[in-house]
Design a protein around this ligand. Structure first.
Ligand SMILES: [Mn+2]
Length: 315
């Protein structure tokens, strides 16, 4: 679980905020589906292993960036014949922003008992909410000088943005859900036909470092490696290229493989490689919304409605 962001931390720069607010949630093992009913007759048998993340014998379904497109999310869920008692859904981040019903997507995810990881747009809304809540808790006398004036918005937050509006509009329950999304969710290797532990995150990793060594910013922002450094720019080489090369070498030497399932990179669309699967197929741009079914090693996509006006091109 996340701890609330301390008020003062909000003025100290992105990395420190993230370190303070998310360090306890870097790696989270996905929870078992809680079922009140036995699996229905006629469904496939339980997967068996005691450490399975989904003991009901259902599917583990990872969904790419929804970005407030509730209608398209519902269409994908229907296409998958989602069964709430059996199946587990994990949202790969950026549930919110750009599309028409971001808070409706959060409510739907809560109703479904879906799990999630934090995307860059989710993070921006959460930081806005943390800042706004901090104003409520402080009084003028708490500030020692003008530089710490309560009216000063942290420079990485844009006043008047959609993210600010969502932060103001969201209920405490919606905020609690979104802030509960960790940076990485892990699933046991027994689930995956690729014989790999599955790691879900929004953007990707720096292949030069282990999972535990990753910086939070990298996990929900990286797109490319540029001059050896993780970057969100569209220049450089995909982080997934270096990662797949490095992971193949590790596995050849006898190490356990890790399959990274992520979203964020709509520019590259569906990007299914040996050790990574990119699932952002640009629903908010009017393209597709995609899901990866772990146990079946299969991608299912639906066509989305037309592009949202709120799409600014920033995945
Ligand atoms: Mn993103």
């Amino acid at each position: 679980m996340l701890v609330p962001c301390p008020t003062k931390a909000l003025n100290q720069g992105l990395m420190l905020i993230l370190a303070l607010c998310t360090a306890s949630s870097l790696l989270v093992q996905s929870a078992p589906v809680q079922s009140s009913q036995p699996p229905a007759a006629g469904n496939s048998p339980p997967l068996g292993p005691a450490d399975s993340a989904n003991p009901n014998g259902g599917r583990t379904i990872i969904v790419g960036d929804v970005h407030g497109r509730l209608e398209d999310f519902n269409k994908l869920i229907a296409e998958l014949k989602y069964n709430q008692t059996m199946d587990k859904v994990i949202l790969a981040g950026d549930l919110v922003a750009k599309g028409p019903d971001s808070l409706g997507v959060i409510d739907k995810a809560r109703q479904m008992g879906a799990e999630c990881v934090r995307g860059n747009h989710d993070d921006e809304v959460l930081r806005w909410r943390g800042y706004l809540d901090s104003l409520k808790k402080t009084t003028k006398t708490d500030f020692k000088n003008e530089e710490e004036d309560e009216a000063k918005v942290p420079e990485d937050l844009i006043p008047g943005s959609e993210h600010e509006k969502l932060a103001r509009d969201m209920t405490d329950a919606q905020y609690k859900y979104l802030s509960s999304c960790p940076l990485i969710l892990t699933l046991p290797d027994t689930l995956s036909p690729r014989n790999a532990a599955v790691y879900v995150m929004h953007a990707g990793i720096d292949p030069a470092h282990t999972f535990k060594e990753q910086k939070p910013w990298t996990l929900f922002n990286v797109r490319n490696i540029l001059d050896g450094v993780p970057s969100r720019k569209k220049k450089g080489s995909s982080w997934s290229k270096g990662y797949n090369e490095a992971e193949s070498k590790r596995v050849q030497k006898g190490a356990e493989g890790h399959l990274v399932v992520y979203g964020h990179d709509a520019g590259r669309g569906l990007n299914n490689q040996k050790w990574s699967i990119g699932l952002d197929t640009g629903c908010v741009k009017g393209n597709q919304l995609s899901a990866y079914i772990v146990e079946q090693d299969k991608v299912v996509s639906i066509d989305c409605g037309k592009a949202s006006e709120g799409d600014d091109g920033d995945d």
